[in-house]
Design a protein around this ligand. Sequence first.
Ligand SMILES: *Cc1c(COP(=O)(O)O)cnc(C)c1O
Length: 400
Amino acid sequence: MNNVDLHQYPDSNGFFGEHGGQLVPDHLRKIMDEICKSYMEIRDSKSFKGELAYLHKYYVGRPSPVYHAKKLSKECGGAQIYLKREDLNHTGAHKINHCLGEALLAKYMKKTKVIAETGAGQHGVALATACALVGIPCEIHMGTIDIKKEHPNVTKMRILGAKVVPVDRGTKTLKDAVDSAFEELLSNPEEYFYAIGSVVGPHPFPMMVRDFQAVVGKESREQFQELTGKLPDYVVACVGGGSNAMGIFSGFLNDIEVKLIGVEPAGLGLDTGKHAATMTKGTKGQIHGFKCYVLQDESGSPLPVYSVASGLDYPGVGPQHCMLKDIERAEYTSATDKECLDMFIRLSRCEGIIPALESSHAVAYAAKLAATLPEDVNILVNLSGRGDKDADFVADKLGI
Ligand SMILES: *Cc1c(COP(=O)(O)O)cnc(C)c1O
């Protein structure tokens, strides 16, 4: 593995080892190939790179700082914990990084509408924001149950000018919202652009979303060296679809001395069936147009998934993560709802930083790991988002 450049993936067919690809009907493959071609045209162009760099700095507020959580580290009594503060981005999470890229690409391709589904509404809000800025119509499909549960995000999307399409069939949640958004795309795939919300879906999306998130890893690597004079010993991130983790891992892929750890949601426990730990408990399969590890039943249908952090409950996972697991470049572990909620409160009270429930999984694992290591070891955690969206829910649940 020493000699392999891990930045060369995916191959020209969109595969990361045996994962990924384009498992879609022929007419859709044509559309995906056009997206790939346009993306390749602009990816290294001076004007696109310049525009994205400008927006990163003056719109998103990048670079986000790397912060040494000294008090938390001391409490844990071991290794040093550093946080990459993606929670400080405009809209409060890492998602704006790839939404801006996707909206700009849709505009470049002269598409007339950007479509997406959203579960808890985080992807919807980030995309509606990017589309408002770029100046392209945005349509978000959302289950009616989620619309009730996540009303503040629905309001935000509408204020930002997006059309929210309620999906009142089947589960009335994310799964049927995906189907509904997909049908809308298929009604005019030449003119519409489906903006996928993580490093999942058919090629080129896992590559493209990874590239847009790679800024997190690139900044982190430079900032960490500037702070400490060396690279971190561990890089830890939560994994739902895997975009924030792939973003920060990208900065360290070829530094094999840096251990990469993805933390999945163990929900109520790995043996309860109420979790979304795809890498830990899944088997090789396919979902939404690509090959990856999947939580599935014997017939290959995705199993119901659960996590207290709704941004992490997806029964598939990005193909590049699956490859990193297969070649043992990254390790995947999990944190339970309880560990996540405990850290939500602990980080808030110890450092004055309210983490997103998703990100809280990564910090929870890092704290556990830190306690087993000496003081001169450094752990860098991607704090993928802020917890404002979760504050009322947690306060209710814990009776605060
Ligand atoms: C959506 C979300 C995630 C999960 O998505 P990934 O693609 O796995 O990164 C993690 N953290 C936050 C704050 C999110 O909003």
